[in-house]
Design a protein around this ligand. Structure first.
Ligand code: COA
Ligand code: MG
Length: 297
């Protein structure tokens, strides 16, 4: 699956849950973790399960649930309750290594049997950079990661707390500073290495649509597909930014056609620019992305 906008919705807010459904987000991330207070966790679980049971039509918008970290008592309780609503996927936060993705996958296999669901139907998006250990364990994803893992995203806020960082931004540029750029790059490279979707990090200033758009385009240039959102207004901007434009598609088609009509050539010129095999690959990737995005609409 490919999804452009992944909107977090606090799982204990009736208003926000209702609002999420009307939103153009490709995926809602129904949250049981940090946006819900401890005291409301039990209520949130049941609200999320009931919401999933009511909203069984998921062609336009998938419904994932963010559970609590696997090393907390809440995680299994979250899963035991929400799996009755057959979520399309589970978001796994504060991961330390791929071992936790394997463990979650086994829990899901058992619960899918209990609920009579298709084995492997429940996908996983992991938030890969929220612990200090996570920065040192990306290699663990390179072998036998469960096919349920469809996406990987990163986070700068929990990581800042984990590393003891007082400000994760560079004081003059306002851009993420070093450990965070490393986290971003490792997330991207790992996701690409294992062929899962790299999903861009949340843009916190939810009233700044222009800033969000610029951030989306920066993510897209870097290789990310889609972005996490925290406010309903962000999803339209994200969807637009991560949908290949007509001009991009036309250019990619020209590149592919040029190589296909000159099968003996390894390198050609187009509009005064040299093109070789990596450009052909990029053009094909763009067409594949455009088709995948089209398939989700
Ligand atoms: N999902 C669905 N609806 C949302 C929403 C969300 N994430 N965020 C806001 N809304 C709704 C509000 O309820 C409000 O609707 P209403 O007038 O019918 O009540 C409308 O959108 C406008 O909201 P606005 O007033 O602009 O924002 P706010 O001050 O109410 O909320 C936040 C701001 C940040 C608290 C809110 O956007 C939020 O809860 N975001 C998600 C946070 C989260 O999940 N974090 C964890 C991941 S990092
Ligand atoms: Mg968090």
């Amino acid at each position: 699956m490919i999804a452009r906008s992944w909107l977090f919705v606090p799982g204990d807010s009736e208003r926000k849950l209702a609002k999420g459904r009307e939103n153009p987000a490709d995926v809602l991330l129904l949250d049981l973790e940090d946006s819900v207070s401890h005291t409301r966790r039990g209520i949130a679980r049941e609200m999320v399960r009931d919401y999933l049971k009511v909203h069984t039509e998921r062609a336009r918008q998938k419904l994932f649930v963010r559970i609590n970290p696997l090393d907390t008592d809440s995680a299994l309780q979250d899963l035991a309750v929400v799996m009755a609503g057959a979520p399309d996927g589970i978001v796994l936060p504060k991961v330390k290594s791929a071992a936790e993705v394997h463990t979650l996958s086994q829990y899901l296999s058992a619960l899918e049997v209990r609920e009579g669901l298709v084995p492997g139907a429940t996908k996983i998006l992991c938030v890969a950079t929220e612990t200090a250990a996570s920065l040192l364990t990306f290699h663990t994803y390179l072998e036998n990661v469960p096919p349920r893992l469809v996406g990987m995203t990163w986070g700068g806020e929990d990581l800042a707390a984990a590393l003891g960082v007082s400000d994760n931004r560079h004081p003059s540029s306002g851009e993420y500073d070093h450990p965070f750029l490393l986290a971003r790059s490792l997330c991207l490279a790992t996701a690409r290495a294992i062929d899962v979707q790299p999903v861009g990090v949340v843009y916190l200033n939810f009233r700044d649509a222009a800033g969000l758009e610029a951030d989306c385009l920066r993510d897209r240039r870097a290789g990310f597909i889609g972005k996490v959102a925290i406010h309903p207004d962000q999803c339209e901007v994200i969807n637009r930014a991560f949908t290949p434009s007509a001009e991009e598609i036309a250019h990619a088609r020209r590149v592919i056609e040029l190589f296909e009509s000159n099968p003996g050539l390894g390198t050609v010129g187009l509009d005064g620019v040299m093109l070789d095999m990596p450009h052909l690959k990029q053009a094909r990737n763009l067409i594949a992305l455009a088709e995948a995005v089209d398939g989700t609409r």
